[in-house]
Ligand binder design. Structure first.
Ligand code: PLP
Length: 390
């Protein structure tokens, strides 16, 4: 008997990187040495003070249900840091803590869009947005970015039509690492006002910008803040991917409704992880600075070494911890897809990267530098030899 799956379930794609990770794990089980540059998480451990805060929370019995939208001290700390960084008046009702940024993105979409609506998504993109938009019943409207991956208001405006409801922004971007210029953010905000649109701004990589400062679109104008849900979390900045704590801020009615949805979906995020996140947000700045410095050095290493490898076309990203590299020249020569090329690279050298198909951008691959310098150097040597043979 075939299971009576809904159209929604049938259309759902699981994370495209999963199959690839399965292959990586298989090779490791076979005893092969694998250098995994496909990961979207820092290689550092969660800082000790944050771990201790979690242990203390367990000892203090902070192990029961919390308010569905998060413990008050954490939401208050987030109000303070948000107000401080962005000069915006925010209240605790405008902050929600959830099970990772992923859950909050989904809740924001479920609250803002439905069947018949379109969400503008610049491409290359993190594929989760696409699946979540579809789950919410709406349609993604893809805007293919030029080769420099710079998002501009002009490109987005061309995609706006009667059905457009939301613009999805992700700066710094996964996978491209590009940062949207403040003057473009200003113009995108004006677009939202002109066309009565909302913005979901995923700023999860905001702490990893190397030559400038990350700017929140909501901070530029109260009118923009009134139509923006900003998504963030502790996963990337504090090396806390497994703890599953994200947060969102935005207009009160939207955040309260996201809270109602969350109260029916999961209730609160893990109580212990919330106390750990409080320590991260209040006493984690030094660790973030240390991580940023290490990432910045690795970025420099790659910036210098990658252009020396034949067949790759590389531009240096401004933020996050990824290089998104064009393979056009190589693929023209071999006739492969970037998935096939990545599989061959993995099979022959043990270096794992993520093919661009996972980000709706065939012809590219994403290289994560959330790996030690020694590993990166070995991977670069192997990649150079591999490309030299093509
Ligand atoms: N947003 C982007 C752009 C990401 O790349 C990721 C993780 O890879 C997330 C959100 C998910 O963050 P979280 O671990 O808080 O769910």
């Amino acid at each position: 008997m075939t299971a009576p799956l809904t159209a929604r379930a049938s259309a759902l794609q699981s994370s495209p990187t999963l199959a690839f990770n399965a292959k990586v794990n298989q090779l490791k089980t076979e005893g092969r040495e694998v250098i995994n540059l496909s990961l979207g998480e820092l290689d550092f451990s969660t800082p000790e003070n944050i771990k201790q805060a979690a242990i203390q929370a367990i000892k203090d019995g902070k192990t029961r249900y919390t308010p569905a939208s998060g413990i008050l001290p954490l939401r208050e700390a987030l109000v303070e840091s948000w107000s401080l960084n962005n000069q915006l008046e925010t209240s605790v009702e405008q902050i929600i803590v959830g099970v990772g940024a992923k859950q909050l993105l989904y809740e924001a979409l479920m609250v803002l869009v439905e069947a018949g609506d379109e969400v503008i998504v610049p491409v290359p993109t993190w594929s989760t947005y696409i699946e979540q938009i579809k789950l919410a019943g709406a349609e993604p409207h893809l805007v293919k970015l030029p080769a420099d991956f710079k998002v501009t208001a002009d490109q987005l405006e061309k995609a706006i039509n009667q059905r457009t409801k939301v613009i999805m922004l992700n700066s710094p971007s996964n996978p491209t690492g590009q940062v949207i210029e403040p003057r473009e953010l200003e113009e995108i905000g004006q677009l939202a006002l002109k066309h009565d649109l909302f913005i979901i701004s995923d700023e999860i990589y905001e702490d990893f910008v190397y030559q400038s400062e990350a700017v929140s679109i909501a901070s530029l104008d109260q009118k923009f803040a009134d139509r923006t849900v900003t998504i963030d979390g502790v996963s990337k900045a504090y090396a806390m991917t497994g703890w599953r704590i994200g947060y969102a801020t935005g207009p009160r009615e939207i955040i309260v409704k996201m809270g109602s949805l969350q109260s029916q979906l999961t209730s609160n995020a893990c109580s212990i992880a919330q106390w750990a996140a409080l320590e991260a947000v209040t006493n984690g700045a030094a660790s973030v600075k240390k991580f940023r410095q290490a990432l910045s050095q690795r970025r420099q290493l790659l910036k210098k070494a990658l252009p020396e490898i034949p067949g790759l076309s590389v531009q240096t990203p401004e933020g996050a911890f990824y290089f998104f590299i064009s393979l056009e020249e190589t693929l023209n020569q071999t006739g492969q897809s970037s998935v096939e090329w990545s599989q061959q690279l993995l099979g022959q050298t043990g270096v794992a990267v993520t093919p661009g198909e996972a980000f709706l951008a065939p012809g590219y691959f994403r290289l994560s530098y959330a790996a030690g310098e020694k590993e990166l150097k070995t991977a670069l040597t192997k990649l150079k030899i591999f490309q030299g043979k093509i």
